[in-house]
Design a binder for this molecule. Sequence first.
Ligand code: AMP
Length: 415
Amino acid sequence: MKVLVIGGGAREHALCRSLSQDSAVTELYCAPGNAGIAQVATVHPVDQLDGAQVAALARRLDADLVVVGPEAPLVAGVSDAVRAAGIPVFGPSGKAAQLEGSKAFAKDVMAAAGVPTARSYVCATPAEAAEALDAFGAPYVVKDDGLAAGKGVVVTSDREAALAHAASCERVVIEEYLDGPEVSLFAITDGTTVLPLQPAQDFKRALDGDEGPNTGGMGAYSPLPWAPEGLVEEVLETVLQPTVDELRRRGTEFSGLLYAGLALTSRGTRVIEFNARFGDPETQVVLARLRTPLAAVLHASATGALDQLEPLRWDDGAAVTVVIASEGYPAAPRTGDVIEGLADAEAADGTAFVLHAGTRADEDGRVLSAGGRVLSVTATGTDLAEARGRAYAAVDRISLKGGQHRTDIALKAAR
Ligand code: AMP
């Protein structure tokens, strides 16, 4: 199978790494990729938001499968263009990706499907926003209706700050605050059959102790030893399957990866948000534990054949990933700094490896930071404590001027 992956972050590096280890994959391409991905796949430049360009590249490479990683190309309809060219694609249509692209659309689908989520109002004016804030009380949750790369949500007890965020967005969803720990559960679907993966937890805040601003994600781990038994089955039955069925009923069939961001509240499991693609950095730890070769699973999603797949096989151990971000991330990341120690950080037995997020190689072959999140240092082990120890040992061998990382990823869960 010749596979083309679209995107250039650590999620795509994780996907490419797994695909490169799959003997069914004869050629692996990534566009645009990054310096790390270039070590396992042939990279091609592309405007990843341009469906015609992506489809033309896939045709030129004679790809048997295109895997669209990030949300922006999905919402822009890149999958539709590839599908129209007759090439199987892993990733929902632009219309179905509205499940992530519009919080209001997601709320509407959940209401119709009876999926448990926070009560909410869609507000278009300051007066409506003020009324909704007062209806729920503090802490306030204000979400930009559109795509905002993980930065569109403000959770605050400061009513003025909540109002200011609402005023800065065209349309917002204001909802009740959900307490309780968060879980990310991914499922692969072909529009009918839904195959849940293993749950993971990510760390959204920039600083230790969940302090500081929201980010795209500073680390993740899997499995969740504290999660209630039967969680995956419950979420499949009450969230994932009804959502996929409702979208099919509307004629907006969703295939690809359905990501449920969940809060395990005192009143039961609630959906915080849906995403239409693999989460970053949870993908790094989920794929590190997946034993089933990846290509056939993604291809079955793309071709409506998931019901014919054997059950997925998982490693019983654990995986932890720690994100190294640039100085100034998330507000004003500094780029262009040299990264050293990458080879030293990797374990010869594959138990620790470095996935690149925002990196590029310069003319001298040095690897430079090229984005806010720079690296996703990942390790596996028999349990979380071992995986965590290996991940942080690897982090310690890497140097990036001004680089920052959290020191408490998976700490509580590993105890
Ligand atoms: P989202 O982009 O919707 O995942 O929101 C980003 C983060 O904001 C989530 O991971 C939560 O930590 C927090 N958040 C979102 N919605 C709520 C809510 N209704 N109650 C409490 N926290 C929330």
